[in-house]
Ligand binder design. Structure first.
Ligand code: ISL
Ligand code: CA
Length: 623
């Protein structure tokens, strides 16, 4: 059913995609849902809403939303019945950034033999599976997210034999491997691109997205996530689309030859024994036909102009179903899907849809009205609101990816508090949070140590092209200090400093590709393994608790005082098993909600639990 501008806001908001986009815009603008979800607005005709929007500078926003919704026709979710007990549902997955994990040949760059040397460390921690950021042949413009050959291992990380050995080592320990497939784009050094660009008779013709035109006018107003236009001009071929760096041309998924080539690569890795795949920006692969201009009003809230035309494109579900049927098979998949709300998550991961196993949603990573570049302290009460919603909305068999950190985001302890006094209890609370809820738990390397952000004293210390681009974009208008400040609060390099193994570092015998963390001497694995009160010890205990208590994974969820802003307390129940988790979300001592009376204290991030909750205190009780 196609909506017209004559439909009411209420009718439009019955569509799942309309709700997701509306909720995302309400979050970005820090507006209460009541401003939209109320009878006065509900009865309004879309044409009137459009006129109203124009008065608020949101010209064309309602039309853009209407077009997106009218393209989103694939919204049926067949009943999915009882959830299958699949390995990844109760797995604790550890993300490794290979470049920064362990170097073994002294070149200052982490490598696969280094990962193999640390598997007993990960097994001992309680990790069930590891997710590796890309290790394929790459010019390293975007640290491997610019792939030159999906079937070759970059020599700086090692050889294919190393990878086959790693897979064997993992499987012999009962652990699993998740590889990172970057299928929205390749490197411009990929053979496909070089052929498509230079050879008019190329077998890879139109593997990429080209538009004719003159060098002075890009085909549309889309911008790249890394700054500037999303188009690069090649005199012999025309304009080329790149949502990320110019060296990362987008693949043309409309071309069935592209899709078949990618499915074959997926089968190649499955045949090697890879157990699952993280799918880089997989929701961007379907673009709206004719690549229309982005709406500038929407663009002011989105990380890039034009995103409404590809974050959830018209053929996405079709491509994902085909990808699953012809490439993925029954392997696990977690899609990276910035921009997805709860409804689109459900449409993409409900088991009956036969698309992805789960997705990373990012709604919880910033609080309303903020982006990664905002200099602010994160309010855990906002995260509580989102997680309570997630836990209470499992319709369609959604299985959440529970994470705070990855290789693109700053360290969570530093987002919440800048006071080093609270780092230890807070880091333990944040890790317990992910280990006591329904979903799959993800820990990013160093999170088990409670690593805070780095301190960058000059732009020369940065390596991430996104951070460097942000700095140079801001420099002329705000000056060096403010530009560095913007990078300090948002840089992806916070998560990319070498893993601290010993007080001296232990990452490399050479010069590391990026500086060591300023707290390596105190915040390292060896020191924390010798300290029974360390974040590492607490995280290991919390992982063991999750493995010992299926209620923490599959149990029901019942929040105690769900609206309370200073605490997050909830019951997890499965059959006879019942645990109660209480957390103080503040740096003040609080009186917690009334919990269970006769319960046994099983885990606490402070010594000698009392009846009040100290700053960031968290406790697990077994009933
Ligand atoms: O959509 C965004 C708004 O937050 C961006 O976060 C974007 O989706 C995200 O940065 C995508 O990240 C992934 O793709 C990039 C790569 O640089 C990242 O490391 C990877 O995680 C391009 O491959
Ligand atoms: Ca190395």
């Amino acid at each position: 059913m196609k909506f017209t501008m004559n439909a009411s806001v209420y009718q439009l908001l019955k569509h799942p995609v309309a709700r997701d986009v509306t909720n995302a815009l309400l979050r970005q603008t820090n507006k209460s849902p009541k401003q939209i979800y109320n009878p006065a607005i509900g009865v309004m005709r879309l044409a009137a809403a459009e006129a109203l929007g124009t008065q608020f500078g949101a010209t064309g926003a309602v039309t853009a939303l209407l077009n997106l919704v009218n393209l989103s026709t694939d919204i049926l979710i067949p009943p999915c019945g009882q959830l299958e007990k699949l390995w990844w549902r109760d797995a604790v997955i550890y993300q490794i950034y290979p470049r920064s994990f362990q170097d073994t040949n002294g070149d200052g760059i982490g490598d696969i033999p280094g990962i193999r040397s640390r598997l007993d460390y990960l097994k001992d921690l309680g990790v069930d599976a590891i997710w590796l950021s890309p290790i394929y042949a790459s010019p390293q413009v975007d640290n491997g997210y610019d792939v030159q050959d999906y079937k070759a291992i970059d020599p700086q990380y090692g050889t294919m034999a190393d990878v086959e050995g790693l897979i064997g080592d993992l499987h012999s320990r009962g652990m699993k491997l998740i590889m990172d497939l970057v299928f929205n784009h390749t490197s411009d050094q990929h053979a496909w691109f070089q052929s498509d660009l230079h050879d008019p008779n190329s077998p890879y013709h139109d593997f990429y997205i080209w538009r004719k035109g003159t060098p002075d006018a890009p085909p549309n107003n889309w911008t790249s996530f890394f700054g500037g236009s999303a188009w690069k001009y090649y005199p012999e071929r025309g304009w080329n689309l790149h949502l990320f760096a110019p060296e990362q041309p987008d693949l043309n998924w409309e071309n069935p030859n592209v899709r078949e080539a990618l499915y074959e690569i997926t089968r190649f890795w499955r045949d090697k024994g890879v157990d699952g795949f993280r799918l880089d920006v997989i929701n961007y692969i379907s673009k709206v036909e004719n690549l229309p201009n982005g709406n500038t009003a929407l663009g002011s809230f989105l990380p890039s102009l034009g995103m409404e035309h590809y974050f959830y494109g018209p053929r996405l579900h079709e491509f994902l179903r085909e990808f699953r049927a012809k490439g993925i098979g029954d392997a696990f998949t977690v899609g990276e899907t910035a921009g997805f709300g709860r409804e689109i998550n459900r449409l993409t991961t409900s088991p009956s849809r036969l698309e992805l196993s789960q997705v990373f949603s990012f709604d919880h990573l910033e609080t309303p009205g903020h982006t990664r570049y905002s200099d602010y302290l994160y309010d855990l009460a906002e995260a509580k609101d989102i997680f309570v919603q997630w836990m209470n909305d499992v319709e369609g068999g959604i299985w959440d990816a529970l994470f705070w950190e990855n290789h693109d985001n700053p360290r969570m302890v530093s987002k919440v508090s800048s006071n080093p006094e609270w780092r230890t209890p807070l880091a333990k609370l944040l890790n317990l949070w992910l280990l006591s809820l329904r979903g799959t738990t993800y820990l990013y390397q160093g999170q088990e140590l409670g690593l805070p952000n780095a301190i960058f004293s000059s732009i020369e210390e940065l390596r991430d092209l996104e951070s460097i681009n942000v700095y140079h974009r801001l420099l002329p208008t705000v000056g060096a200090a403010a530009a560095l400040r913007a990078v300090q609060c948002s840089s992806r390099d916070h998560a990319r400093l070498p893993m601290p193994w010993t007080t001296a570092g232990g990452f490399t015998t050479g010069t590391p590709w990026i500086k060591l963390h300023q707290d390596t001497e105190s915040l390292n694995v060896a020191t924390q393994q010798a300290d029974t009160e360390s974040v590492w010890q607490f995280t290991k205990d919390a992982i063991a608790l999750r493995h010992a208590h299926p209620a923490l994974v599959f149990g029901t969820f019942k929040a105690e005082m769900p609206k309370d802003r200073s605490s997050f307390c909830f019951y997890r129940t499965l059959g006879e098993e019942c645990l109660y988790i209480e957390m103080n979300l503040t740096a003040q001592t609080i009186t917690p909600p009334k919990g269970p009376r006769d319960a046994q204290l099983t885990l606490c991030n402070y010594q000698d639990a009392k009846n009040l909750l100290r700053p960031y205190e968290c406790r697990v009780w077994t009933l």
